[in-house]
Design a binder for this molecule. Structure first.
Ligand code: S3P
Length: 185
């Protein structure tokens, strides 16, 4: 473990809409800080023994959300690291309360064109598996951005920005946030 990992006091929980780069940025951020990384969607799939589209198909979105809350609560009880969450996770009041208690939330805010450029034509996201996925994304922005905006730290991601730029931004804002909140990192 690097010195950064000893100083990371709380799990950094990346939140934001599909396509904002939570997993890619999360991996790079964990690397830069010398700490572990976990992707909650991967862990949900592992726990269920099936891919997310199949979970939605068999148990509905409500079934997926139940599992999501359980898996995230378990992962948040483990030592601090970087955690990428699925886009709907932070909409759960239970998840938000748990993150507020033991983590630091980071919203990767993206505009519609940026998000769309990253998710268009890709499979594996049941909420976008319909006739007008771009409109769904736009509607989700309206519904979710007010909630994402309650995150502790907010960084902007744009299609023309590399993930490394976002990582640097997070690290810089984390320093300021932690200083204000009496933590080392
Ligand atoms: C969802 C986002 C997905 C995945 C599931 C539901 C959402 O994760 O959890 O398909 O509700 O926004 P990503 O945000 O990583 O695509």
């Amino acid at each position: 473990m690097g010195s950064a990992s000893r100083k990371l006091e709380k799990t950094l929980v990346l939140v934001g809409l599909m396509g904002c780069g939570k997993s890619s940025v999360g991996r790079r951020l964990a690397n830069a800080l010398g700490v572990g990384f976990v992707d909650t969607d991967d862990e949900i799939e592992q726990a269920a023994g099936m891919r997310i589209p199949e979970i939605f198909e068999r148990f509905g979105e409500a079934g997926f959300r139940d599992g999501e809350v359980k898996v995230i609560s378990r992962l948040l009880s483990e030592p601090p690291r970087v955690m990428a969450t699925g886009g709907g996770a932070f909409m759960s009041p239970l998840v938000r309360a748990e993150v507020a208690r033991v983590g630091t939330s980071v919203w990767l805010r993206g505009d519609l064109e940026t998000l769309w450029s990253r998710v268009a034509g890709k499979s594996g996201r049941p909420l976008l598996d319909n006739d007008n996925p771009k409109q769904v994304l736009a509607d989700l922005m309206v519904a979710r951005y007010p909630v994402y905006s309650t995150a502790d730290i907010i960084v902007d991601t744009r299609a023309d920005n590399s993930h490394d730029v976002v990582v640097k931004d997070i690290i810089q804002k984390l320093g300021a946030y932690s200083g204000k909140n009496g933590e080392d990192t």
